[in-house]
Design a protein around this ligand. Structure first.
Ligand SMILES: C[S@@+](CC[C@H](N)C(=O)[O-])C[C@H]1O[C@@H](n2cnc3c(N)ncnc32)[C@H](O)[C@@H]1O
Length: 303
């Protein structure tokens, strides 16, 4: 079985494209349930689950503004094409000078199209900000980035998401996770993908034990079904929070490569975990007591 996964127009460092098939397999939504995603990031998970009703939220205001402008028809595929053709030409002519010009302009004006441009031409498609929320990712050094084919690819991604937004009842809200989880009703489904505790730590993605505990508590208090993405272990250590904070959850795992650097040696294999507060399909469940680990889905993914 090959699961088609739609890739959205904005990328980020924790993007879950490769985990969508596994997540999709374990989502259990009742009739009338709302999909609630408090850490939407790129949105790739919910956009592929395609629930009828959804609340997508994130603390990053630029992601939310980007999707709200698509929803309102302010950003359209045609507008994206002509913007990227113009800015792409300038990038090809002026190289990094233009990248840093757009970065400065974005940090003053916060235009969503500039956010898209930076996201697709910065180093490794990262979203990173300093503590004043200034976008600070360096240039990806690809002056020919916005080729005709690449622009068409992005425009198609915009077209698909525009279509999804027209045909579904989805809201995009900028707020901290506590408020988003507070909106859940008992039969809703909450999918959480917070910054990974003990891993990517910077001002933008800072996440500590108190937040991990607060997240668990908010989820339990919501009484909704929930699923959490986190890391299980890598070659050097394991995520101790799975057996402490999340000990009341079911666990399934999957091996995954994170591309956190251009160099091969920086690509540490990480075993990803999905935790749920409801029973998982019998055949993919991890038997906690035996520490047995199943990697059943390698055929669905590539590195
Ligand atoms: C790992 S990323 C989510 C990735 C997403 N699932 C994807 O596939 O693209 C975590 C997201 O959580 C957001 N975030 C960090 N702290 C938050 C908080 N306290 N409340 C809400 N969102 C937060 C970040 O802005 C980031 O977009």
């Amino acid at each position: 079985m090959i699961d088609k996964v739609y890739v959205p127009p904005l990328k980020n460092q924790g993007i879950k494209t490769k985990l969508v098939p596994l997540i999709r397999q374990h989502v259990v939504m009742e009739n009338g349930a709302i999909w609630i995603e408090p850490f939407m990031g790129s949105g790739v998970v919910g956009f592929n689950i395609e629930p009828e009703k959804a609340i997508f939220a994130d603390i990053n205001p630029y992601i939310i503004e980007f999707y709200n402008q698509i929803k309102l028809g302010i950003i359209t595929p045609e507008i994206v094409r002509s913007y990227l053709e113009k800015e792409g030409k300038l990038l090809a002519q002026m190289d990094e000078q233009h990248y840093y010009f757009v970065r400065e302009r974005f940090n003053k004006e916060h235009a969503p199209l500039d956010f898209l441009f930076l996201n697709r031409s910065c180093f490794n498609g990262m979203m990173r900000f300093n503590k004043e929320y200034v976008f600070n990712v360096p240039y990806g050094h690809k002056p020919e980035r916005f080729s005709k084919g690449y622009i068409t690819k992005i425009v198609n991604q915009i077209s698909h998401v525009s279509f999804l937004l027209k045909s579904h009842s989805w809201e995009f809200i900028c707020q901290p996770f506590e408020e988003t989880i507070g909106m859940a009703r008992e039969n809703d489904f909450i999918y959480c993908d917070p910054p990974y505790i003990g891993r990517h730590v910077d001002y933008y993605d800072s996440w500590d034990e108190s937040e991990e505990i607060a997240l668990h508590q908010a989820l339990v208090e919501s009484n909704a079904k929930f699923m959490l993405s986190t890391w299980h272990h890598n070659d050097f250590r394991k995520n101790e929070y799975i057996s402490s904070v999340w000990q009341d959850c079911e666990v399934t795992t999957k091996e995954h490569f994170y591309h956190v650097g251009a160099k091969e040696k920086n690509r540490n294999p990480v075993v990803e975990a999905l935790l749920t507060n409801y029973p998982l399909n019998e055949n993919t469940k991890m038997k906690r007591a035996e520490g047995e680990q199943l990697n059943l889905f390698d055929t669905l993914t590539s590195k």
